[in-house]
Design a binder for this molecule. Structure first.
Ligand SMILES: C[S@@+](CC[C@H](N)C(=O)[O-])C[C@H]1O[C@@H](n2cnc3c(N)ncnc32)[C@H](O)[C@@H]1O
Length: 356
């Protein structure tokens, strides 16, 4: 980063509610899976001091550098990793960071990314049609826009953008190709839906759809929620803030399912699933920002926070669940990181779990 450039900022959303939902305590161990500008991370480190530790993850290398500067004062208590959170379990095993007292996901993009004219996330700034969280990813939004068939584009825009005019937009995009910049795409969409404007800018939903597709956001979220639950120690908390209905639906369903006993299909005469709940919902209802927060930070308006707590008993933890978790972690460790010998891993796991 250029040292002359002022450090850009992102205003963390639902900060007080997040710290409360995570039940942050001194000496606790936390993971911020979406580090961004480090705002939530700084608040967690403040509240978990003395002795707190934080593992911060972000797919965007620039976010890691910005957060590193912001969290300089806590450098002995943080470990920052530039990785996709879909690899959460492997990261925790590699860095010996589990079990943990709390895991946070503040999904989506930071203002640092949205306000950049070179990342291609904004339809209000002209820039290359990129949208990759990490520049080392292969596929950009331009690749998808310029190589997909009209039917594929319409499907993607409808599924990931929940856009009612998906077919009309796809048709105009195909006619206009090649499309290389964000403004060129935004203008094409404006022309496609002329006279049909709703409350939001007509390009909002298509840009959301492309971003989800480029970064495989829903696939990664689905995969990581299960991993996160396994990493939580006794009474550990999982907190997820989402910004659109597709993500929130996935989080809501996953937490609800994990908090239920039987998950057999309705009408099944006797339970055959043998499902045991692994979570307790901290609040039944979703938490949203207050009108004051929305006024101060309009980008918070669509935020939805959901929180759940791991509900294993200590006995279960040291018996069945402990060994199941150990087994699972050992296996994924062998698969993901290779080279670590099982007895050594088991010894480390036993040490780690005995401090729960
Ligand atoms: C809303 S911002 C987080 C802001 C942060 N809570 C703060 O207070 O500054 C979301 C961040 O998550 C990151 N992100 C999104 N999806 C990710 C993924 N699959 N893996 C890792 N990081 C991801 C983005 O790069 C972005 O920096």
């Amino acid at each position: 980063m250029n040292p002359e450039r002022p450090i850009p900022t992102h205003v963390p959303v639902l900060i007080k509610e997040t710290i409360e939902a995570l039940a942050v305590r001194p000496g606790g161990r936390y993971i911020d899976c979406t580090l961004g500008g480090g705002g939530h991370a700084a608040a967690i480190l403040d509240r978990s001091s003395p002795g707190g530790k934080l593992l911060g993850i972000d797919a965007d290398p620039e976010a890691i550098e910005i957060a590193r500067t912001r969290l300089e004062a806590y450098s002995n208590s943080v470990l920052l990793i530039n990785e996709n959170f879909v690899n959460l379990q492997a990261i925790c095993i590699k860095y010996d960071f589990f079990p943990v007292h709390g895991i946070l996901f503040d999904l989506g993009l930071s203002s640092l990314q949205l306000d950049s004219n070179v990342r291609g996330f904004s339809f209000q700034l002209d820039g290359p049609l990129d949208m990759r969280l990490n520049p080392s990813q292969e596929i950009t939004a331009a690749d998808i826009v310029n190589t997909s068939t009209e039917a594929e584009l319409a499907h993607l825009i409808r599924t990931y953008g929940e856009e009612a005019h998906s077919r009309r937009i796809a048709r105009h995009i195909v006619k206009e190709r090649p499309i290389k910049t964000t403004l060129q795409l935004a203008r094409t969409i404006e022309r496609a839906v002329r006279g049909r404007r709703g409350r939001i800018h007509p390009a909002t939903r298509t840009f959301q759809a492309l971003r989800i597709a480029v970064n495989q956001e829903l696939k990664h979220l689905e995969a990581v929620l299960k991993q996160a639950i396994d990493l939580l120690g006794f009474e550990g908390r999982l907190v997820v803030i989402s910004y659109h209905s597709l993500e929130d639906r996935m989080v809501k369903q996953s937490m609800r399912q994990e908090s239920m006993g039987c998950i057999c299909p309705p009408g099944t005469p006797t339970c055959i699933c043998e499902h045991t709940p692994s979570l307790r919902l901290v609040r039944k209802r979703v938490i949203t920002p207050s009108p004051t927060e929305v006024q101060l930070n309009p980008r918070s308006r669509s935020a939805k926070l959901r929180a759940a707590e791991r509900i294993i008993t200590r006995d279960e933890y040291y018996n069945d669940e402990y060994y199941k978790t150990t087994e699972r972690l050992c296996l994924s460790m062998e698969v993901e990181t290779g080279g670590w010998r099982r007895p050594a891993i088991l010894k480390r796991l036993q040490r780690a779990f005995s401090v729960v």
